[in-house]
Design a protein around this ligand. Structure first.
Ligand code: TRP
Length: 413
């Protein structure tokens, strides 16, 4: 209840006031800017966006309802915010259905480790709750926003689909689609898009996304395309024509503007508001206040990197929270809050005890230097990426096609 009120109070247009002030972070689907070495201030973002912090009560409830240990992304605050997750848990408690929806804008061939975060977590959610999953590839969005041809965006989207499949999604429970194809295959998807478009004004999207008079009309209309998969009417084969199956969306917090709009329009078109789980941003190797970009190969670790590239990049570029000299370091200790190797270990080192030992006893105390953290991280990422690359080799065109064929999944509705 408190959550609904907070949402109503927060303006849909969140960047216009707060973020223009110099000390505020700027966050929208296309730009994330923070001037601090520790990155975006997420507590402030929760207030500004009008969402709710993921607290111990919610984490404990997930544990008691599912009987599974909550993913470390939850316990470590990597997924830190939500909208109406308790509603989803109520459904699960009553054995009522819901589904998962997430997506990717296929702008570059190479996905980096940061792109994995929402997908790895979505996979865990799907395995934990055993529900259908739809994954939207917004080839149209990237065509509209980037300098890229339709042919190129199609090729890149297919490569990305194969990367996503190689994370190990269950074909019988997962539908992956490219917007350009699916609007043609499924009139109900297009109908849902146009229904949303009819009920959102230019003024509203201007406020939410900052569109101006010189933005193409394609951009202005696009938010409805990302909103539509939040409604089960977009997937008549999966949901047997049911239009009211509730949806849960795991995504990075920068995607929230799309879903604020979606939640706002939902009651006006007699649909359910989707629930959300938001993740923090994945920092660039050079530090949380520098940008990670697919066009800057040294800003992150890519799924295509070789073991040697992983090692060299981390050793050379991972921003250190250590002190200037060894003597000073031994005396004052390292700063985990800005040390990128530690930050990455928080994402990828599963063992809680080991992580805590590294933080407290080893690094913060000054006993060990950044090089030790780097070594640990290199091994973990070489293994993770090696495993994904091995599976990626087994993903054929036919498999991708099978995932992308509109069909009923292994759930009856
Ligand atoms: N716009 C997102 C991107 O550029 C892709 C996307 C589409 C998405 N639908 C989504 C992301 C749902 C999260 C959840 O990457």
């Amino acid at each position: 209840m408190a959550e609904v009120q907070a949402e109503e109070m927060a303006s849909l247009d969140i960047n216009s006031e707060g973020a223009n002030a110099k000390d505020e972070d700027f966050v929208d689907p296309w730009n994330v800017q923070s001037s601090s070495a520790t990155g975006v201030d997420y507590a402030k973002l929760i207030v500004r966006f009008g969402c709710t912090a993921i607290d111990q009560v919610l984490i404990d409830r997930i544990k008691s309802l599912t009987g599974k240990d909550p993913h470390w992304f939850l316990t470590r605050g990597i997924f830190f915010s939500h909208r109406e997750m308790h509603k989803i848990l109520n459904l699960y408690e009553q054995k009522k259905p819901f589904y998962l929806y997430t997506g990717r804008g296929p702008s570059s061939e190479a996905m980096h480790v940061g792109h994995l975060i929402p997908f790895l977590f979505t996979k865990w959610l799907q395995e934990t709750f055993d529900v259908p999953l739809v994954i939207q590839m917004t080839d149209d969005e990237k065509y509209l926003w980037k300098d890229i041809t339709m042919e190129e965006v199609r090729r890149v989207a297919l490569e990305n689909v194969k990367d996503i499949i190689s994370l190990g999604f269950d074909m019988e429970k997962t539908f992956i689609f490219c917007d350009f194809d699916y609007v043609g295959q499924c009139p109900e998807f297009h109908r849902t898009i146009v229904k949303i478009q009819k009920h959102v004004t230019f003024n509203q999207v201007k406020g939410i996304f900052g569109f101006g008079n010189s933005d193409s009309i394609g951009k202005i209309a696009f938010p409805a395309v990302q909103a539509a998969p939040s409604f089960s009417s977009s997937f008549p084969l999966i949901f047997n024509g049911k239009k009211d199956v509730p949806c849960l969306i795991p995504c990075a917090i920068d995607q929230d503007p799309y879903f604020r709009m979606t939640r706002d329009v939902a009651p006006r078109i007699d649909f359910q508001k989707p629930a959300l789980l938001h993740s923090v941003f994945f920092p660039a190797l050079q530090g949380a206040n520098s940008k990670m970009s697919a066009s800057e190969p040294n800003s992150s670790i890519f799924l295509t990197d070789t073991p040697k590239q992983i090692k060299d990049k981390i050793n050379k570029y991972a921003f250190s929270g250590g002190q200037a000299t060894v003597e000073e370091h031994r005396e004052k200790g390292g700063d985990c809050d800005v040390d990128i190797s530690y930050q990455y270990l928080k994402f990828f080192l599963e063992d809680d005890e080991r992580l805590e030992k590294i933080r407290q006893q080893d690094y913060t105390s000054g006993e060990l230097l950044t090089g030790f953290l780097k070594k640990e991280l290199i091994t973990i990422l070489q293994t993770l990426i090696g495993d994904i690359q091995a599976r990626r080799k087994t993903v054929t065109d036919d498999m991708a096609k099978a995932f992308m064929t509109p069909r009923k999944l292994k759930f009856d509705f």
